[in-house]
Design a protein around this ligand. Structure first.
Ligand code: ZN
Ligand code: ZN
Length: 359
């Protein structure tokens, strides 16, 4: 059995408890996870012990190489139109679908095609739950992505100078990633300076850094489909005491959060540990996002390390730990590592030193 085939069986074994006879999978990363297909247009119809894959003629050759279940090339019209007759033919009535990944138009068509009184059944989160725990092969791919990301950071930061702009640095980082083997950045690189570091998700701008500037770099690579995520802080010129204090408080919070990561702990406990330290430094109100998230084929996966997520951590989960504090008109600090939950605790996959890099 291939990995994809095993995952399909694992999922199909849950059909009785999900109360479905078959499942339509429409999210690109879930399709990749369940079939190996890396293209953009695809649809998977999964039934117990059977699966059918649909794509369009642009991907016929690629699908033949990647997908390990029968593939239909649909020359015209929506892929769903080719799946509906199969659903009917095999007498599948209760059809599961992904609420967040099926258009309203497709939903309406699917509903109209099913017997009266049996609507499609949302199964959001079921595949994502399986995806939370990574296989050894997936962990290797994430490790490679993390190393590529860190190497790109190291090479790009050597080139920082006062005449550079935020956008120049983001471009340099993304260029290095690709040269090192990534297929793309996992998200738009955040490279911001000065007061703008207080905007947790700012877009890189076009003004020059100058001689005295705090830098926040949040970057991730996608390599062989798997993502990485890291935030580091740097400073052009000598940082002020206030900047140092803010940095040290966030670092203490990040280390405290990492310290709580072990199997059996709730995701929310890790978040609590980060917040407790920031509260001690009167910075808890400036921490405006959750402490981290799972990653894998997608940059944001379950679990969410926030106040309300009681998912128990398990060996094989890969999560980020990224507390931050953001002060309007001054600046912000975030420190983020990609971390693997192990049998005894955790392993920090990110090799890049965390200290404030003074340039
Ligand atoms: Zn990040
Ligand atoms: Zn992140």
């Amino acid at each position: 059995l291939t990995d994809a085939h095993q995952r399909r069986e694992q999922l199909a074994a849950q059909f009785p408890s999900l109360k479905i006879d078959a499942l339509l999978v429409t999210s690109a990363s879930n399709i990749r996870y369940l079939t190996g297909y890396t293209g953009s247009n695809g649809l998977l119809l999964l039934a117990p012990a059977r699966a059918w894959f649909f794509t369009d003629p642009r991907y016929t050759i690629q699908a033949a190489h990647e997908v390990d279940c029968p593939t239909t090339t649909v020359k015209k019209g929506p892929l769903l139109d080719a799946a509906l007759p199969l659903i009917k033919k095999h007498g599948y009535k209760r059809i599961g679908f992904e609420q967040q990944h099926l258009s309203y138009k497709a939903f309406t068509k699917l509903k109209g095609d099913l017997p009266l009184g049996v609507g499609p059944k949302g199964i959001d989160g079921a595949i994502e739950k399986i995806r939370m725990v990574k296989s050894p092969a997936e962990i290797d791919l994430i490790r490679a992505s993390v190393l590529t990301n860190s190497k790109a950071y190291e090479l790009a930061m050597r080139r920082v100078k006062p005449s550079m702009t935020e956008s120049d640095l983001a471009a340099e980082i993304e260029y290095r990633m690709r040269r090192l083997g990534a297929e793309k950045p996992a998200f738009d690189t955040i490279s911001v300076s000065g007061e703008r570091t207080a905007l947790p998700h700012a877009r890189p701008g076009h003004h020059k850094f100058g001689n005295n500037q705090l830098l926040l770099i949040d970057m991730g690579a996608t390599r062989d489909g798997y993502t990485s995520d890291m935030t580091r802080m740097a400073h052009i010129g000598k940082p002020s005491t206030r900047t140092r204090d803010l940095f040290n408080a966030v670092l203490e919070s990040q280390l405290a959060a990492i310290d709580t990561v072990r199997p059996g702990r709730a995701a929310a406990d890790v978040d609590k540990a980060a917040r407790r330290v920031l509260k001690k430094h009167k910075l808890d109100k400036m921490f405006v996002h959750s402490t981290g998230h799972g990653l894998g084929l997608d940059i944001h996966e379950a679990p969410r390390l926030g106040k309300a997520d009681n998912t128990r951590l398990e060996p094989g989960m890969v999560i980020t730990i990224e507390p931050g504090a953001y002060i309007e008109g001054f600046g912000g600090v975030r420190i983020e590592d990609t971390v693997l939950v192990t049998e005894s605790g955790c392993e920090i996959l990110t090799p890049t030193p965390k200290e404030l890099l003074v340039l």
